[in-house]
Each structure stands twice: as structure tokens, then as C-alpha cells.
Design a protein around this ligand. Structure first.
Ligand SMILES: Nc1ncnc2c1ncn2[C@@H]1O[C@H](COP(=O)(O)OP(=O)(O)OP(=O)(O)O)[C@@H](O)[C@H]1O
Ligand SMILES: [Mg+2]
Length: 351
């Protein structure tokens, strides 16, 4: 579980990152983190990974208070939180297999475990056939699948995705969303930062909206709360009209018993999975036809892991027109930091 309690964080130059933020994310949740540029989303992630310190408040991850952790404890914290970035951040001079293996090597997993778990993680994301390829031989979607394999290979309880589909076309975007949905259905918590309303709208998951360092909204629904409110109002209005009509047409109908004003609207389209999901349709290439046995072996899959419907992809939807952001140079150290093998003092041996 992740818990923020009255957390405030300021950057050295005085910029406010977050102000008095409290929230709870339960194990196994799938949460979207949305908000304008500069709202505080990345600050939230930095605090979670203890890449920066809070000025006040407490941050708890799986029962441990991050704000009180010593540098020695940081690698362990980061090991339990897999990360997926918009720009993939694969090491160009390593093969697909080696990239994923690297996340295990830096936490000193034995070669035998690496030989067993890396192929399983690659199978899980349906990229096993590219194990020997180098990143520059792969499409963006394939690279992101490798990055996801790297994020899951150490079996973290949480995966943070910072705009994981920001550089991908719509079809590939849904491939990645199917993958994350499947991983989530194994019990892994997913926190995904995104600016893409169509993803949020179709997934129908919890949405935490941060603006100016504050949480301004936290509920299940669509990307824009006002749209949601409008949709709810429309549904409620339709219900009212139907009820009124039914009563008018039925002279024997009893007076409406205790009006359930406070009850949630039954047919709220957003409390259910996004309507365009095709429940019966299997994901195209069935990347998850067999769950990777290493992934939380002992835990029962929560709810039919791979029946998770593929969000419908609209073929005609144009690719995003924003130019791809230039990938930051990725070094072994970047990856080590992300996967928990470094403290501020340098490479740390496994404890
Ligand atoms: N390294 C930094 N030094 C000083 N101020 C920073 C730093 N990083 C972020 N900020 C400031 O903190 C606030 C929150 O930034 P943050 O990076 O968390 O935004 P974000 O929601 O992730 O935005 P984006 O969608 O653009 O990634 C902003 O005002 C930003 O200018
Ligand atoms: Mg950011």
C-alpha cells in the first residue's frame, strides 16, 4: 500500500512540488495520475522513490515510512517499485535479454535465477523471439514491452509508469495498456501518469488529478471531471424521465418509495469498464495466454487475469502529432538508480 499523509515538498529554488497531499493507494489498484504540466505528478513519483525528500508529512510504502528511511534502505525500496518511462530508457549496447537481465544483475540475483526469470518476463510481454535483438532494431512498442519486462522481472509490488504511451501510436498504445491491465490483474499495483484522455476514459479506473501541487480530484471515472459530472447528470435526468413516464403510464404504481437520492446512479456508464471494451474478444496476439509462473506465484490471480478486455482501438485515429521528445541519454548508472542498486554514495552491494 502507498500512503501519503499531509505531504509537502519544495524544490531548492522554492518551487512548490506538492502541498499538503494525502492519499492512499491500495494493493492491486490501477490508478491514473493526471494533471497539467508542472502540476506535481513527477514530484509525487520522486517522493515515492525517495529521489527527493518531503518537507513535512509521511509517505508509507508497504508499511515502511519512506521519509525516515536511511540511504542504505533506498535500494530495497526502489527494488519493490518497477518503473516504466516514456522514452523506454533501454541500454543501446545491450540486447533485449541483457537489458532485462541487467535489472536482476544489479540487485545481485544469481545467474540461475536470471536464466530462468528473464525469458519468463520476455514471454509475459510477448517479446521472447527478440531476446537477442538490440533496442535500435525494435519498434517503439517493442522497446516499451522490453522496458515493461525489465520493470516486472524483479517482481515488484508496484509499477510506476510515467507516460508510458507518450511516444507510441494508438495501436501500440492499446497493446501496452492490455499488457499493464494483465500485469495489474496479477495483483501488481499500477500508477500511471498520462495526459491521454482517451486512455483514461476507456479504462474507467481511479483518477487522481493533481493541480498546482494539490489533489483536486480523486475518483473513478473519466479524464475530465466536468465531463463526468455532465454524463452523470444526463444519466440521472434520463432515469428521472423514464421513472416519471412509467408512473404516468401506470395508474396503479405505488408512490415512489423512499427516493434513493443519495444512491449512485445505477447505469452510470463510468462506474463500469469503459463501454467500448470488447469483453468477448481476445487480445489480438494473446501475449498473456500463459501467465508467467514467476509473477507472484503464490498469489491467486485476482480476477480472471487474461480475460481483461482489450480496449477497443480505433484504426482511423490519427497518431499524436506532438513530436517525439528527445530521449535522455541512458547510461548504466541511470538504470541502476532506477532499479535500486545505487544510493547517493554509489553502487551498493545487496543486503
Ligand atoms: N528540479 C526541479 N527544480 C525546481 N523546480 C522543479 C524541479 N522539478 C519540478 N519543479 C517544479 O515543481 C512543480 C511540479 O513539477 P513536476 O515535475 O512534478 O510536474 P509534472 O506534473 O510532472 O509535469 P509534466 O506533466 O510536465 O511532467 C513545477 O512547478 C515545476 O516547475
Ligand atoms: Mg512529469
Amino acid at each position: 500500500m502507498i500512503e501519503f499523509n499531509n505531504v509537502s515538498a519544495t524544490y531548492d529554488n522554492g518551487n512548490v512540488g506538492l502541498e499538503n497531499v494525502s492519499l492512499k493507494i491500495e494493493d492491486g489498484e490501477f490508478v491514473f495520475l493526471v494533471g497539467k504540466s508542472g502540476a506535481g505528478k513527477s514530484t509525487f513519483i520522486r517522493l515515492l522513490l525517495k529521489e527527493m525528500n518531503a518537507d513535512s508529512g509521511t509517505i508509507t510504502v508497504n508499511g515502511k515510512d519512506v521519509t525516515k528511511m536511511s540511504n542504505r534502505q533506498i535500494p530495497r525500496l526502489r527494488r519493490d517499485i518497477g518503473i516504466v518511462f516514456q522514452d523506454f530508457r533501454l541500454l543501446e549496447n545491450k540486447t533485449v535479454f541483457e537489458n532485462v537481465a541487467f535489472a536482476m544483475e544489479i540487485v545481485h540475483k544469481p545467474p540461475r535465477a536470471i536464466r530462468r526469470q528473464v525469458p519468463q518476463a520476455l514471454e509475459m510481454v510477448n517479446i521472447g523471439d527478440k531476446a537477442k535483438a538490440f533496442p535500435n532494431m525494435l519498434s517503439g512498442g517493442e522497446q516499451q514491452r522490453v522496458a515493461i519486462a525489465r520493470a516486472i522481472v524483479n517482481n515488484p509490488s508496484v509499477i510506476i509508469c510515467d507516460e508510458p504511451t507518450g511516444n507510441l501510436d494508438p495501436e501500440t498504445t492499446w497493446e501496452i495498456m492490455r499488457l499493464l491491465t494483465a500485469i495489474n490483474s496479477h495483483g501488481t499495483t499500477i500508477v500511471m501518469v498520462t495526459h491521454e484522455d482517451r486512455i483514461v476514459d476507456r479504462m474507467g479506473k481511479r483518477v487522481i488529478n493533481i493541480e498546482d501541487g494539490h489533489i483536486v480530484r480523486d475518483d473513478v471515472g473519466r479524464y475530465r471531471a466536468d465531463e463526468e459530472a455532465r454524463a452523470r447528470a444526463e444519466v440521472a435526468e434520463e432515469d428521472n424521465i423514464r421513472e416519471e413516464t412509467e408512473q404516468e403510464n401506470n395508474p396503479f404504481s405505488a408512490p415512489t418509495p423512499e427516493l434513493k437520492e443519495n444512491e449512485p446512479v445505477k447505469n452510470n456508464p463510468f462506474s463500469a469498464p469503459a463501454p467500448e471494451f470488447k469483453e468477448s474478444e481476445p487480445a489480438k496476439d494473446k501475449p498473456f495466454s500463459a501467465p508467467a509462473p514467476e509473477l507472484k506465484e503464490s498469489e491467486p490471480a485476482k480476477d480472471k487475469p487474461f480475460s481483461s478486455p482489450a480496449p477497443e482501438f480505433k484504426e482511423s485515429e490519427p497518431a499524436k502529432d506532438e513530436p517525439f521528445s528527445k530521449p535522455a541519454p541512458v547510461t548504466e548508472d541511470t538504470v541502476k538508480i532506477a532499479f535500486g542498486a545505487l544510493t547517493e554514495k554509489g553502487v551498493k552491494q545487496d543486503d
